[in-house]
Design a protein. Structure first.
Length: 205
């Protein structure tokens, strides 16, 4: 699916956000998520279409949020969005990630602390993009991680917090971390190293 007027969608969500803010109501996470997905779609079209790559917005039609298609090859991209917030880990950004059932690896499982044994892995995407959003949505950054990064570091991104109790895994960018043992050495290192993943569109291939 092609989005005909991505900028209009983004503008409309900003208007909704401002109206909600005037009434002391936070923008729902679902709308912030759509905002991040459309932003990513818009930027990826500008980057990839000159390289003869078709960029498709899935709109729930596939397991991926965005697909890149060229020469019969499809790359699935998952998009996760977070606005700057104060959370259990301090001030920063947090992204819940879930394993999903996999046709390629039907026996893959993950033991969730409260949900029990779940079937699935990360095969439903090839890359994950985390989007950081300012509260007013006007400032944002993109960080691109290959699936191999999550698979390699899977033990370090397992969910440790009730904040993401429905999620099996998480990525945290703690700008001002609180003294909690839920922030790991891996989380701190990722925060220090995150610029190497910023706007890393060229790593998608």
């Amino acid at each position: 699916m092609q989005i005909k007027q991505p900028e209009k969608i983004l503008k409309d969500i900003r208007v909704i956000r401002d109206d909600l803010e005037k009434n002391a109501i936070n923008l729902p996470p679902s709308l912030a998520g759509i905002y991040g997905e459309v932003l990513s779609y818009q930027v990826m079209k500008k980057y990839f279409e000159p390289k003869d790559v078709r960029v498709e917005f899935s709109s729930g039609q596939t397991r991926a949020d965005i697909q890149l298609i060229k020469d019969g090859k499809t790359i699935n991209v998952e998009v996760k969005t977070s606005r700057l917030k104060e959370e259990w880990f301090g001030v920063g950004y947090g992204y819940a990630i879930n394993v999903k059932p996999c046709r390629i690896h039907p026996n893959a499982t993950y033991k969730h602390p409260s949900r029990g044994l779940l079937k699935g892995d990360f095969c439903y995407f090839d890359y994950i993009i985390t989007v950081t959003l300012a509260r007013d949505l006007t400032k944002f950054k993109f960080y691109v991680f290959p699936r191999s990064f999550l698979e390699k570091n899977e033990p370090h991104i397992r969910n440790r917090s009730a904040r993401f109790k429905s999620g099996t895994h998480r990525i945290i960018f703690a700008e001002k971390p609180l003294p909690t043992n839920e922030i790991t050495a891996f989380d701190k290192k990722l925060m220090r190293d995150r610029n190497k993943y910023a706007n890393a569109w060229k790593t998608i291939k």
